[in-house]
Design a protein around this ligand. Sequence first.
Ligand SMILES: [Zn+2]
Ligand SMILES: [Zn+2]
Length: 131
Amino acid sequence: MPFGFVYQCNKCSHELTVSSGWEFYIDSNGARKRYGHLGRSAEAKQAGVKGFTAEWYCPKCQQIKEAVIAEFSSPRNGPLDACLAYSDPAVEHKDFLAVCDKCGSILVEDMKSLPCPKCGGIFRESGRFMS
Ligand SMILES: [Zn+2]
Ligand SMILES: [Zn+2]
């Protein structure tokens, strides 16, 4: 289940949300797509949950970027199955370090005290995000 944090600049109120736990599937062309919770497609259901992505902050690009953080060796039946399987040591999965697909920097989830790209202020946690 996706969850995360909302950060807001203490000067200009610029707001960014970092989140993780987004289920994805691999479509028939081998492309990675978001599984979706409400608008779940028949294609997604058929393919099953292949893993999870995160949308974290790239300090170099100063943008939120998406990266794969975990992948199952075989797809799971749905978000609940994927969630349970992730913490089950009997189910094989790989964890990945989240890196920016553009510059290769390591993405950060904790944006506290990072400088705002717009004004040089500082980010503070202003809320929680849950999907
Ligand atoms: Zn700012
Ligand atoms: Zn980057």
